[in-house]
Design a protein around this ligand. Structure first.
Ligand SMILES: C[S@@+](CC[C@H](N)C(=O)[O-])C[C@H]1O[C@@H](n2cnc3c(N)ncnc32)[C@H](O)[C@@H]1O
Length: 272
């Protein structure tokens, strides 16, 4: 039975093994180091943003909390529809790029909370918002507590975007080449979905096929970032990553581009 599985415990065990959970004392360096990259990705994937905005279908004038808002890929465009956006984002570098993007777009209705979601105190740091969103940002060990807080602070609805399956196709193939037998896969939508089920929240789910473009400044940058994502630091592993990426990356408009396909899960629920 799903309720006997303790999906939160399974999630925690897997999350602790990922390079993007916070190794002791590292703070949010992993995410700081990815802010420039994420900002470039935002610019190359605007049609996906448009698709997400259509899915969210926000009422004009509503208030939105964006958990793990990154460089503002959703917060900034949403600020044109919503009355106010609260962006929760613990990485200073991400906030730097978000503020820059907001200034460029003339957005003045975004406020930022520079804390991880776990440390945000309901009704002290933030009040309820009409809508809570979290896009590719379920980087919390205690996912059940994180989801419960989203539910608590959402007056109308919660919308979560996360991966379905093992992530994008290039990444999967590379993992096989690296002979990485350790199980770091599976941190996908079934965990939050089942945890919500345990909480008596029967969410809607849509699965999308997504073509995503990842631009890099140069091949060396791509190798370093992917080595970090894969937790692979040895020279041999980096060589495998380099030879793999150099076969797949194409140069377009001066950018080194990796085009990949993946499945995304869009989970949402409205308040009972
Ligand atoms: C892959 S990015 C996604 C950013 C953005 N939501 C998007 O869709 O472009 C993940 C973001 O979650 C943030 N993050 C990591 N751990 C977090 C936590 N515990 N609470 C809130 N945000 C977190 C990271 O700093 C990063 O900006």
């Amino acid at each position: 039975m799903i309720r006997d599985m303790d999906c939160n415990k399974l999630w925690m065990e897997k999350m602790r093994k990922t390079p993007w959970s916070r190794p002791q004392g590292s703070g949010f360096r992993f995410w700081d180091q990815r802010a420039r990259q994420l900002d470039m990705q935002r610019k190359w994937n605007q049609e996906i943003t448009t698709r997400i905005l259509t899915w969210l279908d926000l009422d004009p004038g509503c208030t939105v909390m964006d958990v793990g808002a990154g460089t503002g890929a959703l917060s900034v465009p949403l600020s044109k529809v919503a009355r106010h956006i609260t962006a929760v984002e613990p990485s200073e570098e991400m906030l730097f790029f978000m503020n820059k993007f907001a200034r460029e777009e003339g957005a003045t209705n975004i406020s930022c909370i520079g804390k991880p979601w776990e440390e945000v105190r309901p009704f002290e740091d933030v009040d309820e918002h009409d809508v809570v969103i979290a896009s590719h940002s379920l980087v919390m060990e205690d996912l059940k507590a994180a989801l419960a807080k989203m539910d608590l602070l959402a007056k109308r609805s919660v919308h979560i975007i996360t991966s379905a399956g093992a992530g994008h196709d290039c990444y999967q193939e590379l993992r096989k080449s690296l002979h990485d037998g350790e199980d770091r896969e599976g941190l996908d939508y079934v965990y939050p979905y089942n945890i919500l089920y345990e909480m008596d929240i029967y969410a809607d789910v849509e699965i999308w096929n997504v073509e995503y473009r990842r631009p890099f400044v140069c091949l060396d940058d791509a190798v370093e970032l992917w080595a970090g994502n894969l937790g692979a630091s040895s020279p041999d592993a980096k060589e495998i990553i380099r030879s793999y990426l150099s076969r797949w990356i194409v140069v377009e408009d001066g950018s080194y581009l990796l085009n990949s396909r993946s499945k995304w899960a869009l989970i949402s629920w409205t308040q009972r």
